[in-house]
Design a protein around this ligand. Structure first.
Ligand code: HDE
Length: 728
C-alpha cells in the first residue's frame, strides 16, 4: 500500500518535473491538466521502448513472423501465431469511432475562465460569484454539416462548445457562433440534419448547404427564415475561430441562494473583434488550405497570442417572461439588446493546445444537461430535446463510460452507484452498490437540505398534453426583418450574394423559385435581386417591413474590446535587390504590435538585398514561402518591399501581380514604399483608385486609400489595422 501511494506521488512529481522542462507547459498548467497528467505520464515513462499493449518489450515490429528456408533465403507464409503482428493489425482495424453526427469537424484547446463581476442576485453558482477562481475549460469549435475531413472555411454555422471543469462539477455551454437556430422544436432535428447533410442518393455535396434538400427544407419551415439569413451573412464564413462570437442560443435559468429564478442567455464576444472572410477567399481557401481555421487557432496559441472572449449574460426576470412580442423560450428569436442588454461578467482565455487530437478534441463530449447548482434549464423545447440527445449520442460515439475518459472527467470527486458497462475504469471499493444502504453515515433525507447540491426549480406546471408550441412561436418573420434591417449596406450585399450562390446550386425549379419568393417576406429588393440571379420569378410585392433595427446584430456594431492587429498575418513580398533597411523597419514595427510576418518571394531560398552580391552566398534573407506556394488569401495584409531590382522582378512575375490584385479584390490593406508603389499602380489598374504618386513620399497605399506616415510606426500600424471588408 505504502509502495503504491509512493508510486502515485512519484508519478505526480514526475509530471510536474517534466512540465518544468517546457516553460509554456508550466505557465498553462491548470487543475484539469494536472488531473489528466497520469494518463499521459505512463506513455512518457516507457523510455521509448516499444512494447505490446500488455507491456512486453518487443524488438521488431517491421516483419511478420514467417517460415524461412535457410538454404535459399526464400520465405514461406506469414504465421497467424504471431501475436505481435496480430495485435498491431487488430488494434488498427478498430481505430475509427463514429464521427459526430453533426459538428464532426472541429478543433479544440484548453484554457481558463475568470469571473470579474459576481452575480449573487441571480445565481448561487460559485463560478458566477467567486472572482478569485480560475476555472479550467476546454473549448471545441466546429463546423456543422461537413464530415471530419471536410474544409474549415465552408459557409456554415460554427459550433462553440465550452466545458468548464468547476469545483462543483462540469458545466457545458454547447453553443454556436449564431444566436438563433433553424428549428423551434427538437423533434424536427433529424429532418433538419438529414436535409442539410449530403443528399442520400449520391452523398453530395460535402460540407455545403448549397443543394436542393436544404433549401427545400428551409422553404417548408418558415421558422428557419431568421437563422437562414444569419447563416448567409458574413457570420457563416468567419476569418478565424478566434474572431467569432459564441452564443448559448437556448434559454437557460439562473437560481439564486433564495431559490429565485431568472431566465438567461449566454454570449461570448472575442476581444479581437468579429471578422469574416469574403466568399471568394473562403472558396479558395477551401482548396488552398482546408485546415485554415484549425491551424490559425493552433498557431496563435503556440505563439503565445492567447485568444480571449468576454462572457456576457442577458437576463429576463420571471415576471417579465411574457412582456415581449416573441416568446423568450423560442430559440429562433434573439433577445434584442436594446430590450435586454448584455452584461459582461467574465473572461475566457485559451492558452494551451492539446497533446493529442483524438484523445482530447475527438473524445471530448459535451452535454447541455451538464449544469452545476445555481444554473438550470427552461422549457425551451429545443433545449429539452438537446438535454436528451447529447448524453445519448455520446454512448454511441464513445461507450457507456464516456464520462470516465481523461478529457471528460470532472476535477471534483464523483460518487454514485452507476456501475459497470463496457470499459469501466473505476474500481469501487465496498460491499454495497445501491443507495441508500446500511453503511452510509449520512441519512439520504438530510442531503436534500444541502444548499450546495443541485436543486430542481420548483416550477408549477398545469396544462393539457398537446403536440404544439406556445402561440408566439407561430410568428417567424419579424426578427428575420429585424436582422436584415440592422445589417450594414455591405453586409446586406453579402447576404444577397450568398443566397444567389446557394440557390443557383439548386437545380430543381420548385426549390429556387419558391425560396426566392419567400425572401419577399423580408425585403422586396433582396428577393428581386436573388430571383433575377438564380432564374426565379421576380416577385412584384413583398410583405410589409416593420423597419425596426436592433444593436449587436450587425458585425460592424459589436464592442471592440481591443482593436488590434495582433496575430494578423502580414505577407512581406520581396525579390533579389530589395531594400533591407526598409524591410527590417517595417517588420520590427509590425512585430512590435503582435502581427505575424511572413517573407514571400519568387523562390523559397536565400533572397539577397540590394548591395549584396548573391555570389557571396551570405547576407541574404530566407524566404518563408514562394509566391506559388502560398496565396494572398492566407494573409490579412500584404506589404511590398521597395528596391529597384526587386520591383523590376516582381513587375514581370505574373503570380506577384495576381497576389496584389487578389488582395485588392478582397479589400485587404496593401502597403508599399518607394518604387514598389509603382508596381502596385501597375498591378491594380482600376478606375477611381488613387494610388500614391510620389514613390519617395513614404506614403502607404492601402485599399482604403493612401495613408501617410509610414515612417512613424504608429501610422504604419493604424493603417494596417484590419477593418471589416466592405465588399466582395
Ligand atoms: Fe447540437 N448536437 N443539437 N446543437 N451541437 C450535437 O452531440 C442536437 C443544437 C452543437 O464540439 C451532437 O456530441 C439536437 C443547437 C454543438 O462536440 C448531438 C438539437 C446548438 C455541437 C446534437 C441540436 C447546437 C453539437 C452530435 C436540436 C447551438 C458539437 C455530437 C434540438 C446552441 C459539440 C454530439 C462538440 C453536437 C444534438 C441543436 C450546438 C447529436 C437534438 C441549437 C456546438 O447530440
Amino acid at each position: 500500500m505504502a509502495g503504491t501511494l509512493q508510486r502515485l506521488q512519484e508519478s505526480l512529481n514526475e509530471a510536474r518535473v517534466a512540465a518544468t522542462h517546457k516553460v509554456n507547459e508550466v505557465a498553462t498548467m491548470n487543475e484539469k491538466i494536472v488531473e489528466m497528467w497520469p494518463s499521459r505520464a505512463s506513455v512518457e515513462k516507457s523510455g521509448n521502448r516499444l512494447t505490446t499493449d500488455s507491456g512486453t518489450k518487443v524488438h521488431d515490429v517491421d516483419h511478420w513472423l514467417k517460415v524461412v528456408d535457410p538454404s535459399t533465403g526464400h520465405h514461406g507464409p506469414s504465421l497467424v501465431e504471431d501475436q505481435i503482428a496480430r495485435e498491431r493489425i487488430h488494434r488498427f482495424d478498430h481505430e475509427r469511432i463514429p464521427e459526430r453526427v453533426v459538428h464532426a469537424r472541429g478543433a479544440g484547446a484548453h484554457g481558463h475562465f475568470k469571473l470579474h463581476t459576481p452575480i449573487p442576485e441571480f445565481s448561487s453558482a460559485p463560478i458566477l460569484n467567486d472572482t478569485t477562481r480560475s476555472t479550467p475549460v476546454f473549448v471545441r469549435f466546429s463546423t456543422v454539416a461537413g464530415s471530419r475531413g471536410s474544409a474549415d472555411t465552408v459557409r456554415d454555422v460554427r459550433g462553440f462548445a465550452v466545458k468548464f471543469y468547476t469545483e462543483e462539477g462540469n458545466w457545458d455551454i454547447v453553443g454556436n457562433n449564431i444566436p438563433v437556430f433553424f428549428i423551434q422544436d427538437a423533434i424536427k432535428f433529424p429532418d433538419f440534419v438529414h436535409a442539410a447533410k449530403p443528399e442520400p442518393h449520391n452523398e453530395v455535396p460535402q460540407g455545403q448547404t448549397a443543394h436542393n434538400n436544404f433549401w427545400d427544407f428551409l422553404y417548408l419551415h418558415s421558422e428557419s427564415t431568421h437563422m437562414s439569413l444569419w447563416a448567409m451573412s458574413d457570420r457563416g464564413i468567419p476569418r478565424s475561430f478566434r474572431m467569432m462570437q459564441g452564443f448559448g442560443v437556448n434559454t437557460y435559468s439562473l437560481i439564486n441562494a433564495q431559490g429565485e429564478r431568472t431566465f438567461v442567455k449566454f454570449v461570448w464576444t472575442p476581444e479581437l473583434g468579429v471578422h469574416s472572410l469574403v466568399w471568394d477567399e473562403a472558396l479558395k481557401l477551401g482548396g488552398q488550405d482546408p485546415d485554415f481555421h484549425r491551424k490559425d487557432l493552433y498557431e496563435a496559441i503556440e505563439n503565445g497570442h492567447y485568444p480571449k472572449w468576454q462572457f456576457g449574460i442577458q437576463i429576463v426576470a420571471e415576471k417579465d417572461q411574457d412582456k415581449f412580442e416573441f416568446d423568450i423560450l423560442d430559440a429562433t428569436k434573439v433577445w434584442p439588446e436594446d430590450l435586454v442588454p448584455v452584461n459582461y461578467i467574465g473572461e475566457l482565455v485559451l492558452n494551451r493546445n492539446v497533446d493529442e487530437f483524438f484523445a482530447e478534441t475527438e473524445q471530448v463530449a459535451f452535454c447541455t444537461s451538464h449544469v452545476v447548482p445555481g444554473i438550470g434549464f427552461s422549457d425551451d423545447p429545443l433545449l429539452q430535446g438537446r438535454n436528451f440527445s447529447y448524453f445519448d449520442t455520446q454512448i454511441t460515439r464513445l461507450g457507456t463510460n464516456w464520462e470516465q475518459l481523461p478529457i471528460n472527467r470532472p476535477v471534483c470527486p464523483v460518487m454514485n452507484f452507476n456501475r459497470d458497462g463496457a470499459l469501466n475504469h473505476r474500481i469501487h471499493k465496498g460491499k454495497v452498490n445501491y443507495w441508500p444502504n446500511r453503511l452510509e453515515a449520512v441519512p439520504p433525507a438530510s442531503l436534500k437540505q444541502e444548499i450546495d447540491s443541485y436543486q430542481e426549480y420548483a416550477a408549477k406546471i398545469v396544462g393539457l398534453k398537446l403536440r404544439v408550441n406556445g402561440t408566439k412561436f407561430r410568428e417567424h418573420i419579424s426578427q428575420a426583418q429585424l436582422f436584415y434591417n440592422s445589417l450594414a449596406k455591405h453586409e446586406k450585399k453579402h447576404v444577397g450574394a450568398a443566397l444567389a450562390f446557394e440557390l443557383s446550386h439548386c437545380d430543381e425549379p420548385i426549390v429556387y423559385k419558391r425560396m426566392s419568393e419567400r425572401l419577399a417576406d423580408i425585403d422586396l429588393t433582396l428577393a428581386q435581386n436573388v430571383a433575377r440571379m438564380v432564374g426565379g420569378d421576380i416577385p412584384k410585392e413583398g410583405r410589409q417591413n416593420h423597419g425596426r433595427k436592433a444593436p449587436g446584430l450587425s458585425q460592424t456594431d459589436l464592442p471592440a474590446f481591443k482593436p488590434s492587429i495582433e496575430t494578423r498575418r502580414v505577407a512581406m513580398i520581396i525579390a533579389d535587390g530589395f531594400d533591407m533597411g526598409i524591410f527590417t523597419a517595417v517588420r520590427t514595427a509590425l512585430k512590435a504590435e503582435g502581427a505575424t510576418t511572413w517573407v514571400i518571394a519568387p523562390r523559397r531560398g536565400m533572397i539577397f538585398p540590394s548591395g549584396i552580391n548573391p555570389e557571396s552566398g551570405t547576407g541574404g534573407l530566407m524566404a518563408d514561402h514562394h509566391l506559388e506556394g502560398q496565396r494572398s488569401t492566407m494573409f490579412d495584409a500584404i506589404f511590398v518591399c521597395p528596391g529597384a531590382q526587386s520591383t523590376l522582378t516582381l513587375r514581370e512575375n505574373g503570380r506577384a501581380v495576381h497576389w496584389v490584385r487578389e488582395a485588392f479584390g478582397h479589400l485587404k490593406p496593401i502597403g508599399a514604399l518607394g518604387d514598389a508603389v509603382s508596381f502596385l499602380q501597375q498591378a491594380v489598374v482600376l478606375p477611381g483608385v488613387d494610388l500614391a504618386a510620389d514613390p519617395n513620399s513614404h506614403e502607404v497605399v492601402t485599399s482604403y486609400g493612401v495613408v501617410t506616415g509610414w515612417k512613424s510606426s504608429v501610422g504604419v500600424l493604424r493603417s494596417l489595422r484590419i477593418e471589416p471588408s466592405t465588399s466582395a
